[in-house]
Design a protein around this ligand. Structure first.
Ligand SMILES: *Cc1c(COP(=O)(O)O)cnc(C)c1O
Length: 394
């Protein structure tokens, strides 16, 4: 079979996507693995541990039942939505109407990616943090919207300041994306910040989209907030939640959006024309996870905390003072003087065979930082830290 090259052109919206920044790191990583090098990959933000057994068992049972084999309801099983509402009530004290204020998603990324299509008209603006999870930007562009970046800076605890946004931008702004606990910086929001966000959104008629993928991965007894705990939040926005990181279920694709009923309804209407819901057996297993997962989550948090401390203590010995993150399984570390983010990552890969992510891959404010994922067993993490220490002190 011969394939004619270059005959089929992509849409402009695909061409407009920024170049993949990790291409060089990926190429080199593959090359080293091919050469038989023992590469330790601290790049991926994907839990290394398996899904808890009781969730797998629930899937197995549900998968055997023929009534779960057909198209699922677009809005998800009512019992699942009720379970999600109960979970929010127990965890955050937030009351949600399971019929109007909750919509299950095929992973939260799916909902985040579709939201701008449901809410933006061409030329509308999304306010997007820099650095950030890249989907906020691409989803906005796909909907014909424009992105205005909000600086997340270390000196502001990686919280955006709204006062610098030009009035002309604010007039056209419709969405405000936020994400706390934050990927990639590990930063957490304060109640004051969320309170200011609600006032700001009300004043400028913005819809807040808070990505809460990491609220359950937190340390030292810290309990991250839901944006919806803020008085008035439900009138201005929604929160995206995910089972992926909480229960080691990234591959299963189950999450939900909750909060403002109009936003939920618009997204639901859009999605009814795109997908046909989540495999019902996965919904049933997801409900089990929400109902009975807390002990597993506590166990998992202790594991990540130990790993975090290995990295903090390890690097302390070469004089790197690291603020241990209060949440997420990421560590956001400053690049030592004399290197760009990209240069440092290539050095780590070539000389220590350790993969870390250059911070500029998440936005230009990420330059000067790199991200380590704690999704690696303790002995491998220790080995990675030792290798980096060795080349650093050489
Ligand atoms: C992992 C991640 C997601 C995606 O989660 P899914 O529910 O698996 O789609 C969303 N936002 C952030 C910030 C993430 O890191």
């Amino acid at each position: 079979m011969s394939v004619e090259m270059g005959r089929i052109d992509s849409a402009d919206r695909i061409k407009r996507l920024p170049p993949y920044l990790f291409a060089e790191v990926d190429r080199l990583k593959r090359e080293l693995i091919q050469k038989g090098k023992d590469v330790i990959d601290l790049g991926v933000g994907d839990p290394d541990l398996p899904t808890p057994k009781f969730i797998i068992d629930a899937l197995y049972e549900a998968a055997k039942d023929a009534k779960n084999h057909r198209y699922a309801l677009d809005q998800g099983l009512p019992e699942l939505r009720k379970g999600m509402a109960r979970w929010y009530q127990n965890r955050f004290g937030v009351e949600l109407n399971p019929d109007t204020e909750i919509l299950p998603l095929i992973g939260s990324k799916e909902g985040i990616a579709h939201l701008p299509l449901a809410l933006l008209n061409p030329g509308d603006i999304s306010l997007v943090p820099d650095p950030c999870y890249p989907v906020y930007k691409s989803a906005t562009w796909f909907a014909g919207g424009e992105v205005h970046l909000l600086d997340l800076l270390e000196e502001n605890q990686y919280l955006p300041t709204f006062k610098d946004i030009p009035d002309r931008t604010l007039e056209r702004a419709k969405l405000l994306f936020l994400n706390y606990p934050n990927n990639p910086t590990g930063a957490c929001a304060t109640p004051e910040f969320f309170k200011n966000t609600v006032s700001f959104a009300k004043e400028h008629q913005l819809i807040v989209c808070h990505d809460a993928a990491y609220t359950e991965i937190a340390f030292d007894h810290y309990k991250p907030l839901s944006f919806l705990q803020t008085p008035g939040a439900k009138s201005v926005g929604v929160e995206f939640h995910s089972l992926s990181k909480t229960y080691n279920m990234t591959g299963w694709r189950v999450g939900f959006v909750c909060g403002n009923h109009e936003v939920v309804r618009h997204l639901s209407k859009l999605k009814a024309n795109i997908d046909s819901g989540i495999f019902q057996a996965i919904q049933i297993a997801g409900l089990k996870a929400l109902e009975h997962g807390q002990a597993e989550v506590d166990r998992l948090k202790a594991i990540y905390q130990k790993r975090r401390d290995i990295v903090v203590n390890g690097f302390q010995e070469i004089g790197w003072q690291i603020q241990p993150p209060k949440a997420t399984f990421y560590m956001w570390l400053p690049v030592p003087p004399g290197y760009t983010s990209q240069e440092l990552c290539l050095k780590f890969l070539k000389e220590a065979n350790v993969v870390v992510v250059p911070g500029n891959g998440f936005g230009s404010n990420g330059e000067g930082y790199f991200r380590i994922s704690l999704t690696m067993a303790e002995d491998r993490l220790t080995e990675a830290v030792n290798r980096i220490k060795k080349i650093h002190t050489k």
